[in-house]
Design a protein around this ligand. Structure first.
Ligand SMILES: *Cc1c(COP(=O)(O)O)cnc(C)c1O
Length: 389
């Protein structure tokens, strides 16, 4: 990145048209025209780099990808319709039948389903290590292992993994190291600095930041992205130009939004930690977090998600949710609006109870994505709901 993060987020823009528009226009077009037969031939043979068809590239998606690449320190990338299409397409593009993945046990619910239900159809298997047992990771690696996959912080339990340590292990065993950086955003953490080969985002979350559109992106080493691009170009999970335009605009304000989200989240975490109706609180920048030192080392701020447990298990958790007045009960996160969720009955309900407990998703666990309302109003809402429990 040649300029500062905030500057690149605002000033990275594809070339202006003859109209000299200041703000990036939207290119709602499915295809692009050729000068003549030779132009068409050269474009399809990739002798020329240009837009052909919006399933391959489009000016809006290219601008969005360029920005994410600069923010993450990546060589190249491709934008997807959703975070999950980015996760799936990345694996489908890079792995063959018989290949093996080593992943942290705590991953996003749909990623977990991909590992357990769908990838095995193509004879791609996954072994898991617990986030607090990274020392067992190397024993899971076999000659068939191709990928090391993690999220940090994890969804929804807000565990933190030592990205640099994992990068060293991946390098030693020649694995493709993939990090889902959704919870941190590129503003708080750049996994490529710690050895990641590829970084994935659900742009639906804090990158959009206003709960409007779905999107995803994979960025990293050019030779790997080339495979991801060819797979996506032929199978069609492309991000729409409209959503790309929205997301690229959102990146212009990511830094200021992230600062405020994290400031509010830390205050909420501190409030909850002191509350006598709460069992435990997990937030990367609370000193009580098991990986506080690592979080401080690899993240600029602690993120906007706090996980906590209401005393009294599932009944208390339900009562708490039912008494919330202002905060939204919703499945999204990273929105301007504070969102409270109960992972055991929603995003992670497809996991068995045993699997849930293993990844720290107890029945009473509540995940709060702290928004940009005045933090005192958020705390007041949580306080009145806790009083009722
Ligand atoms: C939401 C989420 C995804 C999936 O993204 P979608 O845009 O909903 O498909 C993947 N990983 C993490 C960590 C997420 O929070």
């Amino acid at each position: 990145m040649s300029k500062h993060f905030e500057t690149e987020a605002i000033r990275t823009q594809i070339n202006r048209t003859e109209f000299q528009e200041h703000s990036m226009p939207m290119y709602l077009t499915s295809s692009f025209v050729f000068e003549d037969a030779e132009d068409m031939r050269a474009s399809f043979s990739e002798e020329k780099e240009r837009n052909i068809y919006s399933r391959f590239t489009n000016p809006n998606t290219s601008e969005f990808v360029d920005k994410i690449c600069k923010m993450e320190g990546a060589e190249a990338g491709y934008a997807f319709a959703t975070g999950m299409s980015a996760v799936f397409s990345t694996f489908a593009a890079l792995l063959n039948s018989g290949d093996h993945i080593v992943s942290a046990r705590s991953v996003f619910g749909s990623t977990h389903s991909l590992f357990t239900k769908f990838l095995p159809k193509w004879n791609i298997t996954t072994s898991y290590f617990k986030v607090d047992e990274v020392d067992t990771l190397e024993s899971l690696i076999t000659p068939e292992t191709k990928v090391l996959y993690v999220e940090s912080p994890t969804n929804p339990a807000v565990d933190v993994l030592d990205l640099e340590l994992l990068g060293e292990i991946a390098k030693k065993h020649n694995l493709i190291y993939i990090v889902d950086n959704c919870f941190a955003t590129p503003y708080l953490q750049q996994p490529i600095k710690f050895g990641a080969d590829l970084v994935i985002h659900s742009a639906t979350k804090m990158i959009d930041g206003q709960g409007r559109v779905l999107g995803g992106v994979t960025v990293g080493k050019s030779e790997l992205i080339r495979e991801v691009y060819l797979f996506a170009r032929n199978t069609g999970p492309a991000l729409s130009p409209f959503n790309a335009w929205v997301l690229s605009k959102s990146l212009e304000t990511l830094a200021v939004r992230a600062e405020k989200h994290c400031e509010n989240a830390l205050k909420v975490a501190e409030f909850l930690e002191k509350h006598d109706k709460i069992n435990k609180v997990k937030y990367p920048f609370l000193k009580s977090h098991a990986m506080y030192e690592v979080a401080k080392k690899q993240m600029k701020l602690g993120g906007n998600v706090v996980a906590f447990e209401v005393k009294g298990g599932i009944d208390a958790g339900r009562k708490f949710l039912n008494t919330i007045k202002m905060c939204s009960l919703s499945a999204n996160l990273g929105d301007t609006r504070t969102i409270v969720t109960h992972p055991a009955s929603t995003t992670h309900s497809k996991l068995s109870e045993e699997d849930r407990n293993e990844v720290g998703i107890t029945d009473g666990l509540v995940r709060i994505s702290v928004g940009l309302e005045h933090v005192d109003d958020v705390i007041e809402d949580l306080q009145q709901a806790l009083t009722a429990v």
